[in-house]
Design a protein around this ligand. Structure first.
Ligand code: CMC
Length: 444
């Protein structure tokens, strides 16, 4: 018997032991519900038929609800595992580039040299944005937060690509993805340049994807700008670490908007808006501001006490995660990268890093955080790296949005291709006033 056949038999035997249905008993009614098994992760009870029996399920915040099937990313929150198309995030971050990860997410496999070069060239050809779009920036207050600009400008792309997109055509869907990957760095850098009153820099396509973004951010027409390879590599890794993360709030918003058949660029704008909040992508900006606010190691106990006080809304930014109940694997790479970057940039004393490390040490030994399984997440160290490489704090969440665009659009494509996709339309538990008659105005 070959090894493969043996493996198959073992798999069949164990799949026989898997429960096929769950039975829900309500009064004298017994409802059988199929149990679905993915390739990894928890079994999922298929409750789609429940509505027919006159019941809905109640799960605000989707604590125990799978909103879709996906083949893109897998997270095991208890073990701190994150896989993209099966590959562990640590290996991707250490051994590949952001362009390779974009290709992997979009085309399901890692590219070979030729495929990577063709893909990179494809992206390069679309880095410029329509000249008319740049005029839109003028409508924003000159000191606007770059995320406020990004919400509007990304949505405005839908005005430039609407009538000529057929979302049912796979070629058009791919071209949307390429355009988005290519144009997001340009828009992100423009939003920053506008907020500081400097001229926009056109993309320079002989640079790498990440080098080009740094150029558009930091070059100006009066001086030479040379991309620092240490910074370029670190930022590229940050892009990889943010590329996708399963059905988080912003990705779910993109998918949700997409289920209506809306323009994909408008769907991405929905994702950007959701990402901005401090409980999601906005945490990186909030985390650095918090660390700066703490300022010195001796003030940490005061902030830990505040985080633990149920009456105080303060939370330790960069700590905790809905899915990870273990160290966020992205935070592991971030922490390592943070030390590497500071060393390579010859930054010996970094008081904020000292505060971060001590805060992490104290929090991880405090029963409050241990009991609630609150560990540092991706945003805990990313702000320190971004700060060290000269990215302004207001741009942190924009960087997240730029990098997450590939995850959003890959999820949007997967949703469009899935024959079981339906318009997103949850039900509710109505707790308002029961039916009543409208009284005439003189009786109110
Ligand atoms: N600091 C102090 N307490 C916390 C924190 C925190 N950062 N996070 C959760 N808790 C407590 C919370 O008060 C609650 O305690 P209790 O049971 O006594 O009421 C318990 O832990 C569970 O919290 P929850 O709000 O029910 O958990 P959630 O899964 O709904 O929230 C979270 C997840 C990420 C929104 C939350 O941990 C948080 O607000 N963290 C800070 C913001 C942050 O760093 N966000 C970035 C997430 S990673 C990047 C991304 O993918 O977007």
């Amino acid at each position: 018997m070959t090894e493969d056949v043996k493996k198959q038999e073992t798999a069949d035997a164990s799949s026989d032991k898997k429960l096929k249905t769950a039975v829900l008993t309500i009064g004298d009614q017994q409802i059988e519900l199929p149990i679905l098994y993915g390739t990894e992760g928890n079994p999922v009870i298929d409750i789609r038929a429940l509505g027919k029996h006159g019941y809905f399920t109640y799960d605000p915040g989707f604590l125990a609800t799978a909103s879709c099937q996906s083949k893109i990313t897998f997270i095991d929150g208890a073990k701190g595992v994150l896989l993209h198309r099966g590959y562990p995030i640590y290996e991707l971050a250490m051994q590949t580039s952001y362009m390779e990860v974009c290709y992997l997410l979009l085309h399901k496999e890692l590219p070979n040299r030729e495929q990577l070069s063709e893909f990179t060239n494809q992206v390069r050809r679309h880095t410029m944005v329509h000249e008319q779009l740049s005029k839109m920036f003028l409508a924003y207050r000159r000191d606007s937060h770059p995320m406020a600009i990004m919400c509007g400008i990304a949505g405005a792309l839908s005005a430039f690509y609407h009538t000529n997109i057929n979302i049912n055509d796979p070629k058009d869907r791919e071209s949307v993805a390429i355009r988005l990957i290519a144009k997001m760095p340009t828009l992100a850098a423009m939003s920053y340049k506008y907020s500081i009153g400097q001229p926009f820099m056109y993309p320079k396509n002989n640079l790498s994807y990440t080098g080009n973004f740094l150029y558009m951010m930091f070059a100006n027409p009066c001086e030479e700008y040379v991309v620092n390879p240490v910074i370029e590599k670190a930022l590229d890794r940050i892009f990889i670490l943010h590329a996708d993360h399963e059905q988080n709030a912003s990705t779910s918003c993109v998918r949700f908007a997409g289920t209506t058949g809306a323009n994909p660029f408008a769907c991405i704008a929905a994702g950007i808006a959701a990402l901005w909040g401090p409980a999601h992508g906005g945490a990186n900006e909030a985390c650095l501001r918090m660390l700066e606010n703490i300022g010195s190691i001796d003030r940490i106990p005061e902030f830990i006490a505040r985080a633990k006080d149920p009456k105080d809304p303060f939370r330790l930014m960069g700590f905790g995660h809905r899915v990870y109940k273990n160290y966020d694997p992205r935070a592991v790479v971030m922490k390592e990268t943070c030390h590497e970057v500071l060393e390579e940039l010859h930054i010996q004393n970094h008081p904020i890093l000292d505060v971060a490390m001590e805060l992490e040490r104290i929090a991880l030994s405090d029963p409050y955080f241990i009991e609630r399984k609150l560990y540092p997440n991706v945003d805990f160290y990313s702000g320190i790296i971004l700060n060290a490489i000269g990215i302004p704090t207001s741009m942190f969440t924009v960087i997240f949005a730029l990098a997450r665009t590939i995850g959003w659009i890959t999820n949007w494509i997967e949703m469009q291709e899935d024959p079981s996709s339906k318009i997103g339309r949850p039900r509710q538990l109505y707790v308002g006033v029961p039916k009543r008659e409208v009284p005439p105005i003189y009786r109110r």
